[in-house]
Design a protein around this ligand. Sequence first.
Ligand code: RUQ
Ligand code: CUA
Ligand code: CA
Length: 642
Amino acid sequence: MSEQHDPQGHGETPAGSSAAHGLTRRGFLGAAAAVGAAGATGVAGALLTAQSRPAGAATAAEDPSLKAHVAPGELDEYYGFWSGGHSGEVRVLGIPSMRELMRIPVFNTCSATGWGLTNESKHVLGDGARFHNGDAHHPHVSMTDGRYDGKYLFINDKANTRVARIRLDIFKCDRITSIPNVSAIHGLRLQKVPHTKYVFANAEMPIPQPNDGRDLDNAQNYWTMFNAIDAESMEVAWQVIVDGNLDNTDADYTGRYAASTCYNSERGVHLGDMMRNERDWVVVYNIPAIEAAIQAGKATTIGDSKVPVLDGRKAANLGITVYIPVPKNPHGLNTSPDGRYFIANGKLSPTVSIIDIGKLDDLFAGKIEPRKAIAAEVELGLGPLHTTFDGRGNAYTTLFLDSQVCKWNIADAIRAYNGEKVDYIRQKLDVSYQPGHNHASLTESREADGKWLAVLCKFSKDRFLNTGPLKPENDQLIDISGEEMKLVHDGPTFAEPHDCIMVRRDQLRPVDVWKRDDPFFAITRERAKKDGITLETDNKVIRDGRQVRVYMTSAAPTYGIQEFTVKQGDEVTVTITNLDTVSDLTHGFCVVNHGVSMEIGPQQTASISFVADKPGVHWYYCNWFCHAMHMEMVGRMLVEKA
Ligand code: RUQ
Ligand code: CUA
Ligand code: CA
């Protein structure tokens, strides 16, 4: 166990190496601050640093983890958006500290914010509000001209076949779309150029079309589709039926092509069937050809859905797809930031297949055979799953079975494939343990800057204090700014950060306080208008048969209404407008014994509905700490017996 992982280092430091470690960090930072304060006395300061270092203490050169240290009160360089996997949420981390900054509930229910409980969040969830689970895999930030524009983050839900959008000005999910005609949205990527017009989403599991009870046991009549969702309207723009199934996807830097891996070309329904073929394939989509085919009226619809569906299977020969055979059950699909290659990761094959995007025009024109688009197919190690890039011509591929990250050079790999004697592998670094995705800073954009690499490990085993049979997973942070990869941080995580994306902090522009006309609570504003209510000033109870609508304001530390009376069985909707304008002044609203809880941020309006089914006195209180008198921020709901 290395020094920085000594759990004693976090407690008292009575003696021995853990005490030395405690001194190390403090001593190092103290000396650095002294140098800064002394200004011109740089050399003397450096001398002082060296001399005042306790025996056994490390410098950043000796202990790379110091590079990832962000002192208390200092801000991180990057936002990291971590998918929450089957927890259904998205987590926001600061990079390089790996400190968790925020959680954004999306496909889950959140007791703290009221996501899934409030009327505004139920409106976003739509027909998906009936689900209380999700499986969020692939978070991606919208782009303009191949650079993150900081507007939206999109993420898929494999569990319930949905795609969600998060607004990055307020860090809230504002749209969720259920994708029709398909089952289990897995791979998700965005059009990069000229801007994110489409969200590309792979449906993984083949099903009968329509899936209405026909062909239950006839797997040769199951199909799946590649889906494009309009990023602004969040409507499904079109779907393309493909051969085989679909796993991961990415788009190019011309805006014309996207590609997906397929691991089940066999269209098997059992594991053994899915591994029968020596090769599966990468499907490439020609986006302008798809749009032209829809214009030309070649699309149909399925069942009740209005979405135009094109047939992209080989036999249909519409010229909208090509199928490039690659070795057995490929998984990740990643576009190099120079725009030249799609890289398909072999999974069951120890190879990656490098597809030359420059050859795709000829391929679609029928001038070359599909395999001629392969620039190289080289071995890296066992279980290659995902590849990421540093913008300096190197790629980093996770090797699941070897528990390693392999750093390799793309140009050298192509030379080696063409018979030259060059070693394209730069380094293999052990990671802990069994990595799935990895992701380098800004890697999906033209601005890939090769500073940090997050490796999302599926198992932590012995890396942390034992938490019983269910262990955390382990997100490791690696410094890739130099020639050599250096592990700088272990970050335990709860189920299951599946993938992540890092965005430079200046690429986002989050607000501090809600705007009163924010569309996030437009439905509530509309309802208030119909009730003749001015949300910013009124504290009123509207009685409408069995429906009672309570409108109140909040200003620390009081609610505008501290007592209201309803009848047992009334359907109560409480709408609160937070009048506080100060940054970081969020109120809450929780009704005891009613399962009612929500957040109301500064200048936000939020509402929640419930049935007052128990006669008696029911207190409500503010559950987000807001004031010295926060405990006293309460009121009573008096429920008269029916
Ligand atoms: S897939 S571990 Cu859901 Cu991103 Cu590869
Ligand atoms: Cu208002 Cu706590
Ligand atoms: Ca297969």
